[in-house]
Design a protein around this ligand. Structure first.
Ligand SMILES: [Zn+2]
Length: 255
C-alpha cells in the first residue's frame, strides 16, 4: 500500500509547496485543495481514477479544488460518467460543495453532483474508517480521520487541528500519523500545531511515525523561514511527493 503526500503546504503556499492533501493507493484522496488538479496532473493520476474523497473540513485550502476536479471528470477523463465517486464527510461538506460548484460553473455540474455517493463514513473493502472531531474553527465542522487496514496499518490524518485530546488519543493507537503544523511558534492560536506541539506529541508516541504536513516552512526560497525545527527521530517533515509504503509489516519512506 502506498500513501503519497501530493502537497505539503498550508493555506499560504510556502515556497516550493502546493496545498496539503493525501493520496492512498492511487484511488482515495483526503481533501481537495485548490491546487489538487495541478498536483494530480504532476503525479500523472487521472481524476477518473479517484473513487473516494474524504474531507476533513470546509476551509478553502481543503475543499476549493472540487469544482475543477468534477469539471475535468465531466469533460475529459470520465465523459461517459461511468466512474463512481464517493464523497465522505460531515453534513456541511455536501452543502458547501454544491454551493462551490454552482458558483464556479453555474448549472454545469448539476448532474455530476447528483451522481455522487454522499456518505458520512465510506465503505471500502479491507478498510475501516472513523471520523472524529478536532480543535479548529467550529464553523467549518473540523474533523480528523482514523483509518485501519486489515493488514494492520493504523493511519491518522489530523485535518486542521490544534493539539486536542480526541486527535492525540487516536494517534496513540496509530503507527502512522499525518499531522498538520500550520503555524510558527510565535503565532498565538490554539487552532493549529506548532513545532513545540509536534515535539511533545512525538515524544509521547515514540512508536508512531509522525509525518508533518500543512506546514508553514518554505522549501525553495525564504518567505517566512526555510529552517526546519529539530524534531524527535520519529518525525519527518517532507516535501511534496513524499511516499510511505506499507508491506504489511514495515513502513518505508521515500525521503
Ligand atoms: Zn482549516
Amino acid at each position: 500500500m502506498k500513501i503519497e503526500l501530493l502537497g505539503t503546504g498550508n493555506a499560504f503556499l510556502p515556497s516550493g509547496r502546493t496545498h496539503s492533501f493525501l493520496l492512498i493507493d492511487e484511488k482515495i484522496l483526503i481533501d481537495m485543495p485548490p491546487t489538487a488538479l495541478f498536483s494530480l496532473r504532476k503525479r500523472g493520476i487521472s481524476p477518473h481514477k479517484i473513487s473516494t474523497i474524504l474531507f476533513t473540513h470546509v476551509h478553502g485550502d481543503h475543499i476549493f479544488g472540487i469544482p475543477f476536479f468534477l469539471l475535468e471528470r465531466k469533460y475529459i477523463s470520465d465523459r461517459g460518467g461511468l466512474e463512481p465517486l464517493t464523497i465522505a464527510g460531515s453534513p456541511l461538506v455536501k452543502t458547501r460543495i454544491e454551493e462551490l460548484c454552482e458558483l464556479a460553473y453555474p448549472s454545469s455540474l448539476t448532474e455530476e453532483l447528483k451522481k455522487i455517493n454522499w456518505v458520512d463514513i465510506p465503505e471500502i473493502k479491507g478498510w475501516t474508517f472513523e471520523r472524529f472531531e478536532v480543535l479548529h474553527d467550529e464553523s467549518v465542522e473540523p474533523h480528523g480521520w482514523f483509518m485501519e487496514h486489515e493488514t494492520g496499518l493504523k493511519l491518522v490524518h489530523s485535518g486542521d487541528s490544534g493539539p486536542c485530546e480526541t486527535l492525540w488519543n487516536q494517534i496513540k493507537k496509530a503507527n502512522l500519523a499525518f499531522v498538520e503544523m500550520g503555524i510558527p511558534e510565535y503565532v498565538e492560536s490554539e487552532m493549529h500545531h506548532k513545532p513545540s506541539s509536534i515535539q511533545k506529541l512525538a515524544n509521547e508516541n515514540p512508536s508512531c511515525e509522525i509525518i508533518v504536513t500543512h506546514t508553514y516552512i518554505d522549501s525553495e526560497y525564504e518567505i517566512l523561514t526555510k529552517t526546519l525545527p529539530s524534531h524527535p527521530p520519529n518525525v519527518r517533515h517532507p516535501n511534496d511527493g513524499f511516499t510511505a509504503e506499507w508491506d504489511g509489516v514495515n513502513l518505508t519512506f521515500s525521503k
